[in-house]
Design a protein around this ligand. Sequence first.
Ligand code: B12
Ligand code: SF4
Ligand code: SF4
Length: 316
Amino acid sequence: MSPERRAALVRARAHGLGFEGVGICDLSPTPHAAALTHWIEQGMAGTMRYMARQAARRLEPATIVPGVTRAVVVAKNYYQPDSPPRNGAGRVAKYARGRDYHQSLRVPLDALAAYLRTLGDKETIARAYVDAGPVPERELAQRAGLGWIGKNTMLISPAGGSYFFLAAVLTSLDLAVDPPFEADRCGSCRRCLDACPTVAFPTARVLDSRRCISYLTIEHQGVVEPSLWPAVAPWVFGCDICQAVCPWNEKFARQADDPMPDRHPELEWLDLADLLAMSDDEFTHRYGWTPLERPGADGMRRNARIASSSITDQAS
Ligand code: B12
Ligand code: SF4
Ligand code: SF4
């Protein structure tokens, strides 16, 4: 079977498994090594020490699994419209209002990897990665033709905006590659850079995590600098602002046909008093299956305190 025929079958299978976007690229070293190195050296990864540990493999993705030469990169839409603010409640980013995507994408992605193995011989490697390990997902997605990297650092698809997850199967299977997405469709727009409430972009396409609400509420361990509190509220988990203002999302974001598994609209606004009073066991029972498990009960109480302080300040 030709590499082109195999690629067509893989694409059809990925769509059949519910991925709206699919592209195939090679795994040659990144031409943007300087961007990652600079970011790490400037401390912009904050306490995400795994970013420095994984850097060498991120820069040379073929070294992630010996023998792999291709990435099948897939995109899964998670867009849903927002509901109006609720009094005394903190906001959760769109991607987190349901089952943790690391779990929910695992089943279709493993199925895609298994399918790839059926197209090769018994030595064929096909390994699934959902935001795990050192896979430079956005860069590979751009290389596989899925979209361009916007000034907000998001991978943006001209057909659907940026509210989608990325995941990849790394494989040794000989597959025809797609042309990269070379155009920069941001043009002179800079809405995302101007809208960020914590001024987290020192320049276009560079995000200083230490100022990003998403990092501060999810990844950061410990105290959040009090001068940032008013800008972090009302977010208690993640942040969507630099995507919400993007014209590509305003025009093209559409709710997926099959919405996120176990999506719970009540996960959008969380009662802050409830969160602050909740025991660890209750937290695990209510949110253990969602991305909120990453900061955990302690992290979410910290976030609730930050949001409550600003809500109280505004009221006084
Ligand atoms: C660390 C991380 C974070 C950090 C840092 C984010 C950042 N911008 O770097 C924090 C915690 C802040 C974060 C936040 C969010 N994240 Co995050 N995050 C990651 C992770 C694990 C690594 C990203 C990374 O490598 N950062 C390092 C910097 C230096 O890389 P970079 O900015 O992407 O730049 C690279 C390329 O863009 C390229 N490059 C640089 N300049 C240029 C210029 C051109 C022209 C080109 C072509 C390439 C290029 O070189 C760089 C080095 O490889 C990825 C998953 C993964 N395994 O890759 C998810 C990921 C990027 N995150 C994701 C999501 C959904 C989010 C949030 C929206 C969640 C939320 N709602 O709160 C926010 C968005 C904030 C934002 N504007 O980026 C998705 C993005 C999907 C998409 N459509 O792009 C990913 C891919 C996870 C997934 N599997 O779906 N995240
Ligand atoms: S996610 Fe929010 S805080 Fe982070 S860069 Fe975007 S707008 Fe700024
Ligand atoms: S808001 Fe404008 S500059 Fe920012 S990513 Fe979207 S199109 Fe690009």
